[in-house]
Write a protein that binds this ligand. Structure first.
Ligand SMILES: [Zn+2]
Length: 189
């Protein structure tokens, strides 16, 4: 017997209700337009099949909030890219490290958001190191702990190394063995 999801997918031509891209059963889920937590039922009139990612995004939103999400999109609606898909952003692909990003394709949006967050961290780090003047760390290990301390020691070892790598890629930090030197822009004020 066909499940509700199968029936909905069939009725929608095996496409996502929101983004209208072809949708396999394994990537689809049932979205309650009026959420169950808001009293919505599983009657056909209240359910659609859609990408799991947009179902997760909608969560317990009200219908009004969901409509806003859909209407706020520029151009055709695109469901969010599932978290498992985007490749990790290499330091060398950060904006400013390897030049400006070319036109952004929708599938890359999540990756660009990550790059933006890394860029913000990198800028904060450059500012912090700039302010330290002569008291900048002289050893790689000290630099790593300074990087982590800049962000309240909340970073993973990978994140610390990625930021140090980005500083080196921008030519701001030079590492020779364990010794660290700087070519930081002059800090004003
Ligand atoms: Zn979709």
């Amino acid at each position: 017997m066909a499940t509700l999801l199968d029936r909905l997918l069939f009725a929608q031509g095996n496409k996502c209700f929101f983004c209208r891209r072809p949708l396999a059963t394994g990537e689809a889920s049932v979205e309650h337009l009026l959420g169950r937590s808001h009293g919505g039922t599983s009657a056909d009139a209240n359910v659609v099949a859609c990408c799991r990612s947009v179902n997760a995004l909608f969560g317990a939103m009200t219908v009004k909030e969901k409509l806003r999400v859909v209407l706020e999109q520029d151009g055709p609606f695109r469901c969010p890219v599932p978290a498992a898909q985007p490749a990790p952003v290499a330091a060398s692909s950060l904006p400013g490290v390897a030049g400006r990003h070319p036109a952004v394709r929708p599938a890359d949006q999540r990756a660009i958001v990550t790059a933006g967050a890394d860029r913000a961290r990198l800028d904060a780090l450059i500012e912090n190191l700039g302010r330290r003047g002569a008291s900048r760390p002289r050893k790689l290990a000290t630099l790593a702990s300074t990087v982590n301390a800049t962000f309240g020691k909340q970073l993973s070892e990978d994140e610390v190394q990625s930021l140090v790598g980005a500083l080196r890629a921008e030519g701001l930090v030079h590492v020779n063995g364990e010794a660290v030197t700087y070519s930081l822009p002059a800090t004003h004020g």
